[in-house]
Design a protein around this ligand. Structure first.
Ligand code: UFG
Length: 329
C-alpha cells in the first residue's frame, strides 16, 4: 500500500517508517514541517514532503501527487505543561491540523487512518492495568486534543466511511536496534533520555520528580514500551483495518510498571555509570500509576512485543545516544 506518515521525521513516526520500509510491502511518503523532527531520521527508502498539515494547499498537493491509500498520523505537539500554558496552540496544531488532513483524505477517497493517541486520556483510571475501554478523562489540554480527535474519527467513520485505529501509547522509549535513529526532542522532557544525559556528561544528576506517591518506593510508576514495538503495532493495525474492514481503539504498553527509581537503577546497570539522583517535588499534572492492558491489541491485532524488559529497551537507547551524542543532527 501507499502510506502517508505525518510527523514522519519525528521519534515514533521515523521508527514506524523504518518498519514499514522493512516489510518491503509498502511505499512510504513522510510529511513533516521539521519544526521538531529531523530530516535525517527519515530513511532513504521513503520520500519526505516538507510542510505543515494545517496548510490545506500543501496537503492537497501531497495527496494529488502521491495518492495515498492510508494515513498514519503522528504529527502533534506533545509537551503536557506547554499545553496547559497555551491550549489554543495545542488545539490548533493537534485538532485543526487533523481536521484539514481528514478533509483532504475524504476528498481523495483515502479510507484508512491510524492515529497516535495517548495514555494521557486516562487521568484517574479505575482499573489497572488500564483496558482499552476505560473511561477517557484527560487532565490536560494535550490529552483533551487527543480525545477530541478520537471522537472526530468516530463521527467521520459514520459520515464518510473512513476506518480508523487509535493507538494509545504509554511511555514510548528506546531506539532502533541499529542505533541510527532514536529519541531526540528539544527540549527533552522524557525520563530515559534525560537519565542517559548523565553518563553522556551533559548533566550532573537526574531529578526524581516526587517521592511521596502511593507506590512501593514513593516514585511514579509508568509502562515503558519500545518504539519499534509501537511501530509494528501500526503495521498490524493497518492489516486489521484492511482485512477486517473495522475500526478500533487499543492501549499499547507492556502490562508491567516500573517506578522512576527502578528506571534509574536499570540505567545504572546498563551504562555502568553511578548516575546520581536528586529528589525533587512532584511535577505538576503527573498521575501516580499508568500501566496499560494491551490484551485487546494482542488478541485483535495479533500484536506481540520483542523488547520485553527495560534493560533491553535501555540498551537500545544507550547505543543510539553513544553513537549520536548530539542527537539526530
Ligand atoms: N521524571 C522524573 N525526572 C525527569 C523526567 C521525568 O522523575 O527528569 C518522571 C516523571 O515525573 C514521570 C516519569 O518520570 O513520573 C515519566 O516521565 P516522562 O516525562 O518520561 O513521561 P510521562 O509519563 O510524563 O509522559 C508520557 C508521554 C506523554 C503523555 C503521558 C501520558 O511522554 O506524551 O505519558 O501521561 F502525555
Amino acid at each position: 500500500m501507499k502510506v502517508l506518515v505525518t510527523g514522519g521525521a519525528g521519534y515514533i513516526g521515523s521508527h514506524t517508517i523504518r518498519e514499514l520500509v522493512r516489510t518491503g510491502k509498502h511505499e512510504v511518503v513522510a510529511v513533516d514541517n521539521l519544526s521538531k523532527g529531523h530530516a535525517a531520521a527519515v530513511t532513504s527508502g521513503a520520500t519526505l514532503e516538507q510542510g505543515d498539515i494545517r496548510d490545506s494547499g500543501f496537503i492537497e498537493g501531497v495527496f494529488a501527487r502521491h495518492k495515498p491509500d492510508a494515513v498514519m498520523h503522528f504529527s502533534a505537539s506533545i509537551v503536557v505543561p506547554d499545553s496547559v500554558r497555551d491550549p489554543l496552540s495545542y488545539f490548533d496544531n493537534n485538532v485543526c491540523g487533523t481536521v484539514t488532513l481528514l478533509r483532504t483524505m475524504v476528498k481523495h477517497n483515502c479510507k484508512y487512518f491510524i492515529f497516535s493517541s495517548t495514555a494521557a486520556l486516562f487521568a484517574n483510571p479505575k482499573t489497572i492495568p488500564i483496558p482499552s475501554d476505560e473511561e477517557r478523562i484527560p487532565m490536560s489540554p494535550y490529552g483533551d486534543t487527543k480525545l477530541v480527535v478520537e471522537n472526530i474519527l468516530k463521527w467521520s467513520e459514520d459520515a464518510y466511511g473512513v476506518k480508523h485505529v487509535c493507538l494509545r501509547y504509554f511511555n514510548a522509549c528506546g531506539a532502533d536496534e541499529h542505533g541510527d535513529i532514536g529519541e531526540d526532542h528539544e527540549p527533552e522532557t522524557h525520563l530515559i533520555p534525560i537519565i542517559l544525559q548523565v553518563p553522556l556528561g551533559k548533566r550532573q544528576h537526574v531529578k526524581i520528580f516526587g517521592t511521596d506517591y502511593p507506590t512501593d518506593d514513593g516514585t511514579a510508576v509508568r509502562d515503558y514500551v519500545h518504539v519499534t514495538d509501537l511501530a509494528t503495532a501500526h503495521i498490524k493495525a493497518l492489516d486489521f483495518m484492511v482485512t477486517k474492514n473495522r475500526s478500533g481503539r487499543f492501549n499499547l504498553g507492556s502490562g508491567k510498571g516500573y517506578s522512576v527509581r527502578e528506571i534509574v537503577e536499570a540505567a545504572r546497570r546498563v551504562t555502568g555509570h553511578p548516575i546520581p539522583a536528586v529528589e525533587e517535588a512532584r511535577r505538576e499534572g503527573d498521575p501516580a500509576i499508568l500501566i496499560a492492558s494491551s490484551k485487546d491489541a494482542e488478541e485483535q491485532l495479533g500484536w506481540t512485543r520483542r523488547f520485553d524488559s527495560v534493560e533491553k529497551i535501555l540498551e537500545t537507547a544507550w547505543r543510539f545516544h553513544q553513537k549520536h551524542p548530539t542527537g539526530m543532527h
